[in-house]
Design a protein around this ligand. Sequence first.
Ligand code: NAG
Ligand code: NAG
Ligand code: NAG
Ligand code: NAG
Ligand code: NAG
Length: 672
Amino acid sequence: MDLILVLKKILFLVNLNLICKRVHGNISSQTSCAGILPADLLEESIPKYGFLPNGVSVLYDTNSHAHAYKFSRNNIDLQFPVSKVFKNCLYFPDEFSIFFVIKHEPLYDKKECILHIGQDNTTLVSIQLSRKYIVLTYNNRKVQYRNFALKDKKWHSVGFSVSASDITMTTDCVNKRRKRLKRKWPSNLPLKNATFQIASCAPARGVTLGHIKDLIFIPGADAAVRACPPKTPQHRHLDNRLPAVPDVYRIGSPGPRWDDCTWTDVGDIAYDLHAKSLKVCVNGIWQHVTVNIEAPTNAPELPRRLDYIDYYQDIRTPGPSIDVELFTIDGEGTFAVFASSRPRKSKKDISIVYKWRKKKFVFYQRLNTDAAQCWKFFAIDNNFFLAVANYGKDSRVQGNSTIFKWHKRRKRFKEFQIIPTWTARDFEHFVMNDKHYLAVANHAKGSSQMVDSGIYIWSTKLRRFKLFQNIMTTGAYDWTYFSVNGYHFLAAAQAFDGFSTLTDSRIYVLQDKQFVLFQTMETNGATDLEYFQIGDSVFLAVANAYNYGPQNIDKKQEYLTNSTIYKLDKGRRVFKTFQTIETFSAVDWEFVTIGDEHFLIVSNAQNRALEGDHLTSIYKWRGVEKFVRVHQMDVLPNTDWEVFTDKRDVYFVYSNAKGKTSQVLKAVFTPS
Ligand SMILES: *[C@@H]1O[C@H](CO)[C@@H](O)[C@H](O)[C@H]1NC(C)=O
Ligand SMILES: *[C@@H]1O[C@H](CO)[C@@H](O)[C@H](O)[C@H]1NC(C)=O
Ligand SMILES: *[C@@H]1O[C@H](CO)[C@@H](O)[C@H](O)[C@H]1NC(C)=O
Ligand SMILES: *[C@@H]1O[C@H](CO)[C@@H](O)[C@H](O)[C@H]1NC(C)=O
Ligand SMILES: *[C@@H]1O[C@H](CO)[C@@H](O)[C@H](O)[C@H]1NC(C)=O
């Protein structure tokens, strides 16, 4: 029947990532087996026509045209070589998921086997069941989960996702349980002559009791996240007048009905507002559909998946650089400007603008700076500006920070306006109600960390910035503007109060044409705030860089701190701790979305040839698992990360905190 055909097509067209192997820094091409597709192992092992193998019987549901298999206790020998699924692979994929849908009917308290992948006497991966436990074995290491889900002898789906350092078991797309997986990374488990053995761990041993409906192998660790609907988040809004938006619309019927997908349900389609994609119910599991089922050959492009990041270009700067700003001028192209500090023995302090030409950054223009800390690019009407926050030479003397303006005919930046500052660390540009603002973060004035930081407003009459409001800051490092539901926020990262780095950072909200205090939060040497949204969740990540003061009298591991990601509780109108991540001299968080995936990059400004946990890291958003580290990069000490695209290519630029070589890196995608 047509319906079954549809089902089969969907199974194979599931849009899941095809990651076979991730390596930090290096990748060896002959070991990575690209292009593994999701495979239904039951389909592969049981012939569709003719006689069923010994010990296998079929259960057929006439209403839904779905079928399931039952395995008897004897003579089961369903196996086939892994090469049928893993083409051109030397090693077992490091990240993968396995799904099955089962009605379990245990007879004895005995271990039964759902799947075994390996050679005769070695187990790469196996899944076993008993009355008490569900056990996944990986490279002869057992990870046990208490078997709560399958006890009632009803239909259930079970998914395992194996990622870098953990295994997540998801039952019925509802309960997720994560456990640590101790292993070398990458694991490089040789495939040799391994086989898939279905429903037993060796011929005629440990047969599964009950019915199995699907047994699907999927490359990529986040299959459970992608195949399952998101948990319904609470919808409270800052503005309580807004109605709550349900996450899911079942097509043709009202209201969210994520639980209405059981083993016999095939082809029900729902729109997942959270993931912004269509999902179809396939035997108890909601699967993404991004392809045209009628005409698969005309399928639109699948979202791309970041595999790893590779070295691309060195950029020589006049001195160590603390910040890089990327910008595009209409009709001119893409530029990068680095905030560089004075080279030793050189009188002139300059920063350099580079232009992206023929896929490389090349020298474009010198700009006079004075211990530059930060560059900000912005456009007002049809004019382009670059503002630099200058730290200056002496904290006791008022310094000058400069706004440059793009000269259209000469195609160069020219000095435009001077803003008096005190050891300025940062400029933030933002627009509220069509008016342009520029906020400066002044760090200290003489020996005091307490100093007014000015917020300036663009006067269309004077065609200049003029003072709008002063806010007293304490060791300020960064301003971040963001807007939620029509409210305007300005948040200051404050690093030091003259005594301790353990001090408050502050969030202000605009009320009656003034910024007033909204919330304070305790931070530890905070140097950067990163605002981002995922779906309708609002986050603020703080980079805590340094631990100095009475709380660390022994001056132990001063760069090792917990950096915090806060999430806005829209009902209570307060940012609450969402996740803390141990960081090492973190001075920048950069939020990046590539394809339909979200990442946070955290810098490491003190890369002292450290290994493991102290490397510059990339965390990937994994829904209820929060941010999970997926890459660690052995790059130079870095203070700032930016991302840009050129047609289909995605590049990363970082500034080198300690040397004259900053770098461009390039994203490599998994083949699809
Ligand atoms: C990358 O490969 C080079 C040369 O093969 C090797 O020297 C280096 O140690 C490798 N780096 C990592 C992080 O594996
Ligand atoms: C597997 O192990 C069993 C005993 O544990 C042994 O009898 C058998 O020969 C081994 N098979 C292979 C292929 O090594
Ligand atoms: C794999 O199988 C081939 C042919 O069946 C055999 O020649 C070879 O020795 C086997 N290799 C291993 C490592 O078992
Ligand atoms: C700032 O600029 C003013 C003139 O615009 C100048 O008098 C002053 O010396 C400058 N300050 C510094 C620290 O360069
Ligand atoms: C970070 O927080 C965790 C959990 O609260 C704690 O175990 C760890 O010691 C903290 N690390 C630092 C450097 O404060």
